[in-house]
Design a protein around this ligand. Structure first.
Ligand code: 5RP
Length: 223
């Protein structure tokens, strides 16, 4: 097993009979889905799941997991997802895919939100390696971009894979990919983005993760 699979395998051990489990999005989350399905098939584990994206729902269905829709739930027992960046104070950057609203909703609704990642995701500050994805109401994208530029941010609206049209998130919104000055810490960034009208949600997950499982060369430890 590579490190992403190993950490997902460990997280799948946390599933218990009767749980409603949130499924994240990405390659590490995919391994988690596979190992949950394996426990269901081999041990008769009885669980229901809710997916954070269409792609995860398709994966879960293909693996034989039972899915409920997000609009049927108020809370979930466990949410397991990957991250793009993880800081020592457990802040996360997520949402390289386009479903960060769903991801944050499930993280917020979860009794236990467990992040699974390999060591490459650990950074000193949010934005060290990746741009910050910010989902915006389509009509507001220029105003939001300008407002964030006043705070030193640089970036642009996200384009689709062919680079010939604007990318549209699952919720119908646009995404700004912005880089902020290094001296803007995760808490200030979170506050700025939360307080900017037109922003639907953003990729900074501040004080949401309670436990992070990290795999490094075949060994899993927790932060
Ligand atoms: C998707 C995410 C993913 O969790 C993040 O991009 C990590 O992906 P991977 O497990 O493939 O490295 O936030 O929106």
């Amino acid at each position: 097993m590579n490190d992403k699979e190993l950490v997902a395998f460990e997280a799948a051990k946390l599933a218990k009979n009767g749980m409603l489990i949130g499924l994240g999005t990405g390659s590490t989350a995919n391994y988690f889905i596979e190992h949950l399905a394996k426990r269901q098939a081999e041990e008769g584990l009885k669980i229901s799941t809710v997916a954070s994206s269409t792609i995860s729902a398709i994966k879960a269905q293909a693996c034989g997991l039972s899915l409920v829709s997000i609009n049927q739930i108020k809370q979930i027992d466990l949410y397991v997802d990957g991250a793009d960046e993880i800081t020592p104070n457990l802040s996360l950057l997520k949402g390289r895919g386009q479903d960060l609203v769903m991801e944050k909703l499930l993280a917020q609704a979860a009794h236990q939100f467990i992040v699974v990642a390999d060591k490459s995701k650990i950074v000193n500050f949010i934005g060290e390696k990746f741009i910050i994805p910010i989902e915006v109401i389509p009509n507001a994208w220029r105003i939001v971009k300008h407002h964030l530029e006043q705070h030193g941010a640089e970036g642009d609206i996200r384009l689709n894979a062919n680079q010939d049209n604007i990318a549209v998130a699952a919720s119908g919104n646009y995404v700004l990919d912005m880089r902020f000055p290094k001296n803007v810490d995760d808490q200030s960034l979170n506050t700025l983005l939360n307080n900017t009208s037109g922003v639907v949600e953003h990729g900074v997950f501040f004080q949401l993760a309670k436990k992070i499982l990290i795999a490094d060369q075949g060994i899993v430890s927790s932060m």
